[in-house]
Design a protein around this ligand. Structure first.
Ligand SMILES: [Zn+2]
Length: 144
């Protein structure tokens, strides 16, 4: 296999492994171990479990930003606001979608902004959309 990497990389890789082993030995000698790290290629976001509970955009944003704020920093009080009409609609769809997925169905009755209570399609990924809106979008795309 051809490689574009300079030899330095491999030399440094060897040094890094040797150093990591030294650190492990040193910690072990003191009866300690290295704290668990987030594995390569993963982030706080990918480790986050997918909740089955509806959250407003503000709640999601607050959750992701509060992770990056220092523990001593000021924390906003978690004041629960009543949901807006739009958030109520989204929550309704969110719950109906989860119900459909749990029942192994790929369609459910959702509440569309444009069409009211109507048929929705849901994918295993958790994405969902109003069937009529989907048709309309396809039609508009064709005309464009
Ligand atoms: Zn619609």
């Amino acid at each position: 296999m051809k490689s574009n990497l300079a030899h330095d990389v491999f030399i440094n890789q060897g040094k890094a492994i040797a150093l990591a082993n030294q650190v492990d030995d040193w910690l072990e000698a003191q009866g300690k171990s290295e704290p668990v790290q987030i594995p390569f290629g993963q982030s706080r976001l990918s480790l986050k479990s997918k909740d089955n509970e509806y959250k407003t955009g503000q709640q999601s944003m607050r959750e992701s930003t509060s992770n990056s704020i220092s523990k001593n920093g000021p924390v906003l009080s978690s004041k629960v606001r009543p949901l807006t009409k739009e958030q109520e609609r989204q929550k309704y769809n969110f719950n109906a979608k989860n119900k459909a997925l749990a029942a192994g169905e790929n369609e459910f009755k959702g509440n569309c902004d444009l069409h009211g209570i109507t048929d929705y399609k849901v994918y295993n990924s958790g994405k969902y959309h109003c069937l009529q809106c989907h048709e309309r979008t396809k039609q508009l795309r064709k005309e464009a």
